[in-house]
Design a protein around this ligand. Structure first.
Ligand SMILES: CC(C)(COP(=O)(O)OP(=O)(O)OC[C@H]1O[C@@H](n2cnc3c(N)ncnc32)[C@H](O)[C@@H]1OP(=O)(O)O)[C@@H](O)C(=O)NCCC(=O)NCCS
Length: 440
């Protein structure tokens, strides 16, 4: 018997049939190509939340949630975390291959050369309210980049697309650090192009003009790892937002600022912040950690352990496995008397109890990447309101790479989902005087 790579769909109301092609990728579930469905049978497909819909083809990142697999351009995240650097991962995501030495050197030089912001942007940033949330500043400033760098906004010009990509990756740490400096009233620290990407960010965030600053190498490595682990995660909400925004041929700065806005939501980028808020609350209340584990298991209590479980990784989160080790090493190396010690103790106790608990074991609920990244960022002295900003900085390369992939595809079309209309049927306009009052 010969097998065909098609699926036949029968309309049971009319008996009409359509044979739909099956598209097979390199890995993962195949997809039914439904593009002819509306023309042939007059139906749309209905899938709110895109639970079973592939919105595009992509060669960037592969995830298998059941097996706990994450790969960038085919390379397992474990290998990249162990051997690579964030700047090299940026090259890999953008260009598809690991760079040879000369390519990495040139790319690093290009990124380094673009770290400064136009001086008018510095004044623009100073105009935000003194207590502006750094994410609010970031969304606005990235959107405004197109007002300062309009010479690279022709989306049909491949070279201009590349320059914009480099500008976005390079300027994001400066924007992130300055958003923070503005929120605490300290002077902006200019980038130092002698430093690596991650060191430079830490210096712009923590240095003051009056004192010498030496970044702690443990923090540089831990942050570089967090950036690698968050660099891309295929078609999540913010990446899909960037693709949809960019599909109308909006300029890349506008598209990335739309992605940042999407990431800002607590259901997306705010998870590690929620972990620290929960740990703070546990420390403040002073009850045993077991009390919160019991509450999380109680079906009549809405309380959940933040940083446990994942929508995609149902077995384990490969990023969590990598970062857990670094988190433990970092906490052990911290000097005694650390102001966050009580919080770290609660975190480790929570991890220990939950990992041994039947409820969590049966449901495969393990601490996820946000649990550990929240703790690491706290240990580095990074304030809560910067957590999502750092996530945005890391994810910028993923957003940009997806945007580049879409824009260089000659078959790319504007994204335009359909809907199932459930509102009123047609009805006649009623003049104002003839309208009946609505009961209060
Ligand atoms: C991430 C999350 C939304 C995934 O949710 P999901 O895929 O819809 O999983 P479900 O809500 O169906 O959970 C499956 C089971 O585990 C339980 N569960 C899931 N996460 C839990 C948690 N953090 N604490 C306690 N119980 C949890 C659910 O109550 C459910 O139990 P049941 O089968 O007895 O009803 C969820 O695990 C969660 O809310 N985690 C905490 C928030 C968080 O860390 N988010 C960041 C993720 S990046």
């Amino acid at each position: 018997m010969t097998t065909k790579d098609t699926v036949t769909l029968t309309d049971n109301a009319t008996g009409k049939q359509i044979e739909l092609p099956v598209l097979r990728g390199e890995d993962g579930p195949a997809a039914i190509d439904v593009r002819d469905l509306y023309r042939e049978l007059g139906y749309f497909t209905y899938d709110p939340g895109f639970l079973a819909t592939a919105s595009c083809q992509s060669a960037l990142t592969y995830i298998d949630g059941n097996e706990g697999i994450l790969r960038y351009r085919g390379y397992p995240i474990e290998q990249l975390a162990q051997h690579s650097s964030y700047i090299e991962v940026c090259y890999l995501l953008l260009y598809g291959e690991l760079p040879v030495s000369a390519e990495l050197e040139t790319f690093t030089r290009h990124i380094t050369r673009h770290t400064m912001l136009h001086e008018a942007m510095r004044r623009f940033m100073s105009a935000f309210r003194h207590d502006a949330h750094p994410m609010a500043t970031m969304v606005g400033v990235v959107g405004a980049l197109s007002a300062f760098y309009s010479d690279s906004t022709d989306v049909h010009n491949a070279r201009q697309r590349e320059i914009s990509a480099h500008r976005l990756i390079a300027k994001m740490p400066t924007i992130a650090a300055w958003s923070y400096k503005h929120s605490i009233g300290e002077p902006f620290v200019y980038p130092d192009n002698e430093l690596g990407f991650t060191e430079n960010f830490l210096r712009m965030m923590f240095a003051v003009p009056t004192e010498a600053f030496e970044p702690d190498p443990r923090f540089v490595r831990a942050l570089d790892l967090i950036l690698i682990l968050h660099a891309d995660h295929e078609q999540n909400a913010s990446t899909s937002t960037v693709r949809l925004t960019g599909s109308s041929e909006a300029n890349p700065f506008a598209a990335i600022s739309a992605g940042i806005a999407s990431l800002w939501g607590p259901a997306h980028g705010g998870a590690n912040e929620a972990v620290i808020r929960m740990l703070d609350e546990i420390v403040a209340e002073g009850r045993p950690v077991q009390h919160y584990v019991d509450r999380a298991k109680d079906k009549n209590d809405r309380f959940r352990l933040m940083g446990f479980g994942h929508r995609v990784y149902k077995n384990y989160d490969p990023r969590a496995r990598i970062i857990r080790k670094v988190c433990h090493e970092l906490l052990i190396s911290l000097e005694p008397g650390n102001p966050n010690q009580a919080l770290f103790d609660v975190a480790m106790e929570l991890e220990r109890i939950a990992l041994q608990d039947e409820y969590f074991q049966e449901r495969n609920l393990y601490p996820n990447v946000d649990f550990y990244s929240g703790i690491i960022l706290s240990a580095m002295g990074i304030p809560l309101n910067m957590f999502t900003v750092i996530f945005a900085m890391a994810r910028t390369v993923g957003w940009v790479a997806h945007w580049m992939e879409m824009m260089s595809d000659p078959k790319a079309r504007i994204g335009r989902p359909r809907q199932l209309y459930v509102g009123y049927g047609a009805r006649d306009y009623v003049p104002l005087k003839a309208r009946r009052e609505r009961p209060a």
